[in-house]
Design a protein around this ligand. Sequence first.
Ligand SMILES: [Zn+2]
Length: 531
Amino acid sequence: MLDVLIRGGQVIDGTGAPRRQSDVAIVGDRIVEVGLLPQATAARVIEASGSVVAPGFVDCHSHTDWSIQANPTAESTIRQGITTEIVGQCGWSNAPVSEASRELITQRLGTYAYHDPIAWSSTGEYLEFIGRMGTSPNLAWFVGHNAVRAAAGVIGPTATEAQMEQMEAYVAEAMEAGCVGLSTGLEFEPGRTAQTDELVRLNRVAGGYGGIYASHIRNRDAAIFQAIDEFMTIARAGGGRAEISHLNVRYNTGAPDRAWERAVEMVEGARREGVDVMADTTPYTEGIGQMAGILPPWVLAHGSARAAEALKDPAVRARLRGECDRYWRFIHRGEWGRVRMLGSAEFPELSGKSLAEVAAIWDKDPWDCYFDVLAAAGSGLDSVIVVAELFTPEHVADMIGHPLFSLGVDSFSSRVDGPLSERTRHPLSFAGMLHYLAYHVRENRTLSLEEAIRKMTSQPADHHGLAGRGRLAEGSFADLVVFDPGHLEEVSTLEQPLAYSRGIDYVLVNGAVVVDGGEHTGARPGRNLLR
Ligand SMILES: [Zn+2]
């Protein structure tokens, strides 16, 4: 007898093939048969007529590792059908941890409502901790360059040979523990300080284990092409399998003409030369970023705590007003309405408010508001997250429609209650993945449902080396979703963000039912997907 039978649904298998009516039979954690199975019986039968049955969604660019410690049931993302989150992105991971970086990691997790002591040092110990805790979704892990650099105590552009070898050892340990690869975040401290040679050496180590290189590249406006050249150099050193994270161009930030189209041509050219590079996108015209990202290197040269202290000095503030023309350059241009507060431990009441609104509430100049928030964060300055209007709707549609772009969210799982909710007042966490299906597929008709599902299942699973995931086929793991495409509802809005999306009726992870009739069962069958 079968454990679960999903009967009468339209199967969209994740390959891009057109839907067809099939039953899906599950034993243990695997799909054992797909086809018309009128005689089959099962301990649990899910009636799916009128619904689509598809592989569970893979969020190829997730920051859920920030919040999973305080939200192991991944409330807001599992309800969107996300059964695997690929985390440790943009250079940030929660391991390794050394005495030099313990404060940084403690502050990061504190910002996302986890306040227990950090009980791990190596990546292996961290993954064991996550495994013991148990999670609803599967998680696949990158080791982050920022974490590695901080743990090795590197300050400034050049690591000593001893520090360099320490960083290589951290990456090797993480790869042996099962990470899928190395990620970098080259618009943020400390990653942006690092030179190409350092990244080449570290990715050579990751590539030696068959790892993939994922990068939030150094620049996506005036110097976007140089940044992609650097990316390719680093990618080649690791064997070539690589992902340009959220490859996009923010509007009104000084990018050259046709910057995105030309960037895509560079990716296609590299692929023709045998570099297995792909890219991903985010769902909205808004996206998240790091509040401190606009600060010039000299303020951050001695760490977050000292930078926060310096930001209280009126002379430093006066100088900074003229020196923040980087990263989200529209801030420097005074477009304060484009930027909203998101995650700040000190000012949760500001979450969701634009800097223009904050300035009105505090009755202060927006620059002073900006510096006040960062100064109050102290050594947690690095962890304050903002969200901004970054792209035109046409640009988002181009990225989502391009076959080489997987569909990621670039946010983190949250919940509607408790302290985590106070730091997440934006639909990204609550409806980011669903937005692709409810808006881009159903309303805007940017792409077909089959193609969207391919770009959120088999494409990212294959490219990241997640064996047995991303396809609805015999022998695959039973990560599945059942939904009626006409009934998907994002629910969460900018005005009322704290609401779960609706319409994903059933979610199975490794054969266990995690969402049952739209309700979270509390089950935590997720696994660490080790390379
Ligand atoms: Zn990023």
